[in-house]
Design a protein around this ligand. Structure first.
Ligand SMILES: [Zn+2]
Length: 307
């Protein structure tokens, strides 16, 4: 059995008949600094991070303002690193009516860490976010969708830590991330009680395409992104999920000229058009936080918590 097959062997599909409002889509944002991205990991070393200009507060506020004008509520997966330095931002996110969720401590990919370090990374961030916000954090998203079959036991850890769900898998293969064999609809890995809600993908005549946003949403024409998201959700018979990063629409952020050309393209391309595309998106889809769609499928003591 391959690691992939082993990981999926004990998985159980979620019963989506329990969902209310299945026509809704989930909006999510991963809150991290502009320099904490995979595209710059070989150019901007972690040791340099504290000397770089922090822009996450103003960037996230721009997103909060835009979502407010669009009447969109979403789920904000925040880094512990950000919460520690800008606790007021975490409170603002919650005060604006969004769901607060956890993106780990400092954006290290899970499969690069030892078990104790992963535990520290995830539990530390959850506790910090909960202490600052006074709300229970139910959701987790692994940095760069790095919850791979090699570290599948992380789902047990998430249960122990009191999470109800994870949104850490992208059932597509890209050069940066992805687990093509992962189920496309929500499922319970390892019978752990944690609901995994994978990102949306779309099968096209040209192959499987990521359909949840991120860099692709900036690169592709809006009409194509809209079609992929809608069709991908229909193919998986489950609500589509969209994600973005606050740094993606900050035209004033520093330009990292020494990064490789492809990395710069990935990071900067299409930033100016993002607010316009988000406006279109909000008029075409009904977006809500992840927990609003899925709370009836949460199990154990977390059922209904945070409501
Ligand atoms: Zn991230």
């Amino acid at each position: 059995m391959t690691a992939n097959e082993q990981a999926l062997a004990n998985s159980k599909a979620a019963d989506l008949s329990k969902l209310t409002g299945a026509d809704q889509y989930a909006f999510s944002a991963d809150v991290e600094e502009w320099f904490q991205v995979g595209a710059f990991e070989n150019t901007l070393a972690r040791e340099k991070w504290s000397s770089l200009e922090s822009r996450v507060e103003r960037q996230t506020r721009s997103v909060l303002q835009l979502l407010d004008t669009l009447s969109v509520k979403g789920t904000f997966f925040c880094l512990g690193w950000v919460a520690e330095r800008t606790p007021s931002l975490i409170k603002e996110i919650v005060a604006a009516g969004h769901e607060l969720a956890c993106h780990g401590t400092d954006h290290r990919r899970l499969f690069t860490l030892e078990k104790a370090a992963i535990k520290h990374d995830i539990m530390g961030a959850k506790k910090l976010l909960e202490d600052i916000s006074g709300t229970q954090v139910l959701g987790y998203r692994a940095p760069s969708f790095s919850l791979t079959p090699e570290v599948w036991w992380v789902y047990e850890l998430l249960r122990e830590a009191g999470f109800a769900y994870s949104s850490s898998l992208y059932p597509v293969k890209t050069d940066h991330y992805g687990m093509e064999k992962a189920p496309r609809g929500p499922f319970y890995p390892l019978g752990s009680g944690i609901l995994e809600i994978p990102m949306t993908v779309c099968d096209t005549p040209f192959g499987r395409a990521p359909a949840s946003g991120g860099g692709y949403f900036r690169l592709l024409p809006y009409s194509v992104s809209k079609r992929l998201l809608k069709k991908g959700a229909a193919q998986a018979s489950s609500p589509g999920i969209f994600y973005m990063h606050p740094w993606e629409m900050d035209l004033g952020q520093p330009y990292v000229a020494e990064a490789p050309l492809l990395s710069r393209f990935r990071h900067y391309q299409g930033q100016a058009g993002l607010p316009r595309k988000l406006r279109y998106l909000a008029s075409d889809f009904k977006f809500v936080p992840i927990k609003d769609i899925y709370c009836t499928l949460f199990t154990q003591s977390n059922n209904g918590a945070g409501e």
